[in-house]
Ligand binder design. Sequence first.
Ligand code: SF4
Ligand code: SF3
Length: 427
Amino acid sequence: MFCYQCSQTAKGTGCTVMGRCGKKDTVARLQDNLIFVMKGISAYNYHANELGRKDESVDEFLTKGLYSTLTNVNFDPEDLISLGLKAGETNLKVMKMLKEAHIDNFGEPVPVDVKVGAQLGPGILVTGHDLKALEELLKQCEGTGVKVYTHSEMLPAHGYPELNKYESLAGQLGGSYTDQRKIFSDYNVSILVTTNCIMPPKEDYIDRLFTMDLVKVPEATVIKDYNFKPLINKAIEIGPLKQEELTTISTGYGLSTILSLAPKIKELVEEDKIKRFFLVGGCDTPNPKMRYYRDFVQNLPEDTIILTLACGKYRFNDLDLGDIEGIPRLLDLGQCNDAIVAIDLALALCDLFDCELNDLPLTIVLSWMEQKAAAILWTLLYLGKKDMLIGPILPAWLNNDILNVLINNYNLSLISDSEADIKRIMG
Ligand code: SF4
Ligand code: SF3
């Protein structure tokens, strides 16, 4: 444990074995867990608020959850697990609220093939999760000749009809946030970072790097009040990119699209032509162990369907996995917050097959890096989802006591060897 939040802290530097206040290791770690999950909820809540959506119960929970971590308030590990689950429930509400706001503003996503690579003309590269910012930028780019490219978690924007309609939305450059220092250097365009994940910028692009809202790095220009003129002018000043050979990548599988395939999916499951669904997604991280996700997806049997979301998908979304009688085997549901689409879909499949969540032939493999993924994990635990795998490493704030609860109640496990995991899951 590590806690230095009050004046009693050991040796004036930090309680690391046990709190002077009486707080024990497991309680300290569960409080940290709660804080991390609340950070994730806050990110989604913030974006929903930006689109005019608010839910008082969410704000109440965040206040209560934070208060529970104050010195000398809550020493009860069981209650802190309950608060973790309540946080998962709250995150479910927040993701739902954000998804509704996205659909109301931009339409429900439909599958699209997005052009990958540079096209002739000046360009802007937009990364992060903020679709409202992208919409405002696209509006302001119309008629300027500037092409707007998405990066990382902005790729799913192409699936939203009210964003896709803008001619200036040209395509995609690069993959997950982890390649940004290379991609931002390689492509001479102006760059807009709307949310996490920004990495410490390299000097060679700092003068064409713009951030907005809460995202800040020293020396980058901050966009205010959605006035993207400086960003657009910079793109024009830099001049055109050269045309590259283009490839395509698909995204935009909204709930309605997939549910329209439900009768066919049911038939294929009953005929044993689809044996299992996998939700493989979450954050990317530079950890070499992330290689697992590509191996895992590549090695899955051909009678499986893979749903994916968030920036971890770039580990495998270039693979051509084909289809099962017209149903694509790899379906990109969107950003990390689109975990709500996966959840709604799973619940719809439960109705379709008249079974409980844990009886569905569905395995969740969650890659995690930042705290929104922690929030999604606790949402899935709140829903009672068992047998999930997470990786590339276990959260460092777990200890054996907490891990035992997660293993005993939810059979949560760490990813190991992809082939061994597949063999175990497929039976
Ligand atoms: Fe130490 Fe407890 Fe104060 Fe934290 S709250 S610094 S554990 S005495
Ligand atoms: Fe990615 Fe940062 Fe988390 Fe939205 S952009 S999933 S890591």
